[in-house]
Design a protein around this ligand. Structure first.
Ligand code: SF4
Ligand code: SF4
Length: 361
């Protein structure tokens, strides 16, 4: 039996929101060209599937897609902006084991400003509360941290904690997937300072899962200072993305769309073992974009578990025996930046933002 994979299915590029950092809504897919049940049936066995978009709940046949995916996936999580409460609740009634991650980009005013959705915060929050009240177990927030919403990071975590929910973070990234590539953190020390507060809260908790999330957030500080990824990226080896057009890709972080094959016209084994797929894998091995998004980091954290585990042990030890908290200045690059040894312009040039980057890939 072949190894189970980790897959992300982008069911649509249509979206009802207009997020400042994404722009996907500017290039939506057409309903008639979006991935069909027939193509979904060709996907391989997976230990984890993320359904995302665009806004996945725009698809009226999402329940059929989920039903099909449960035939081949051990666990499914849907990422959504939470706006379509009734549709989400309806789907969760049929699939109470499903995971739902609602992206909330800050407290009410900030969220609505970033998302471009009137009443977006209240809609998202109402959906979350309704799911918790229904007894759904795998429900959580997701937040993409940027200058504008960084001060809301810890307050939002506190809300999620009170509700007993997962709290997933990301930082601004650039990729073909977001249509435009102008995302960059401007005040790195301020944003990192808010991550530092969150990391300390997570390390204070009694939950090993949260300690590992602290490591993930430590990696985000490393990322916003344009440093090398803390863990090797193995996307396309045991992980894949498939887009609404049936194109299979390694990830959602590349500058240009990298295609391993098309599942509308190929079968899985032919596609996965093709020369084209191997060419993409060679590019992944030399990729220097250093993304730190949960889709590529979570599989790496499981695979190279000893790296985050040692970090967690060290920080729990320092906390417990030396009363020493995590400091963002334990990252050499943050100290160098504070001490003027490296400038903002130099860091900007190493980023993936096309307006300020010197990189070619
Ligand atoms: S981030 Fe999500 S909700 Fe916002 S525009 Fe992009 S796809 Fe839509
Ligand atoms: S670092 Fe990994 S996830 Fe990011 S673009 Fe490269 S291959 Fe994709």
């Amino acid at each position: 039996m072949s190894k189970k994979l980790n897959g992300t299915v982008i069911v649509t590029y249509r979206c009802n929101a207009k997020c400042t950092m994404c722009n996907r809504y500017k290039e939506p897919s057409k309903p008639e060209e979006e991935i069909s049940l027939e193509t979904i049936r060709k996907l391989p066995e997976m230990y984890f599937t993320n359904i995302t978009g665009g806004e996945p709940f725009i698809r009226e046949d999402l329940k059929d897609i989920v039903r099909e995916l449960y035939k081949k996936s051990d666990r499914i999580v849907i990422s959504t902006n939470g706006f379509f409460t009734d549709r989400i609740v309806d789907l969760c009634r049929e699939f109470p084991q499903i995971g739902i991650r609602i992206s909330i980009e800050g407290l009410e005013h900030t969220n609505n400003e970033i998302r471009g959705l009137e009443d977006g915060f209240n809609r998202g929050y109402t959906t979350l509360k309704t799911l918790v009240d229904m007894g759904m177990k795998d429900v959580g927030f997701g937040m993409t941290v940027q200058d504008k919403n960084a001060p809301d990071l810890v307050p939002l975590y506190d809300i999620s904690d009170e509700l007993g929910m997962e709290f997933a973070t990301a930082s601004l990234h650039n990729s073909f997937y977001f249509v435009e590539s102008n995302n960059i953190i401007k005040d790195r020390l301020m944003v990192a300072g808010n991550f530092e507060k969150l990391i300390n809260k997570l390390l204070d908790s009694n939950s090993p899962k949260k300690w590992f999330r602290a490591y993930f957030n430590h990696g985000l500080i490393n990322y916003i200072f344009s440093q090398k990824r803390l863990l090797q990226c193995d996307m396309s080896f045991d992980t894949f993305f498939i887009d609404p057009y049936g194109d299979v890709m390694p990830c959602n972080g590349t500058k240009e769309k990298e295609v391993m094959g098309n599942l509308n016209v190929q079968n899985w084994d032919e596609l996965w073992n093709s020369e084209q797929a191997n060419e993409v894998r060679k590019k992944v091995r030399c990729c220097n974009r250093n993304c730190w998004m949960i889709g590529s980091v979570s599989p790496a954290m499981h695979k190279y578990i000893w790296v985050p585990a040692l970090w967690v042990i060290k920080h729990k030890f320092l906390r417990f025996f030396k009363k020493k908290k995590y400091s963002m200045y334990e990252n050499k690059i943050v100290r160098d930046y504070r001490d003027g040894k490296v400038t903002k312009e130099e860091l900007d040039k190493c980023s993936t933002c096309e307006n300020c980057s010197a990189r070619k890939s």
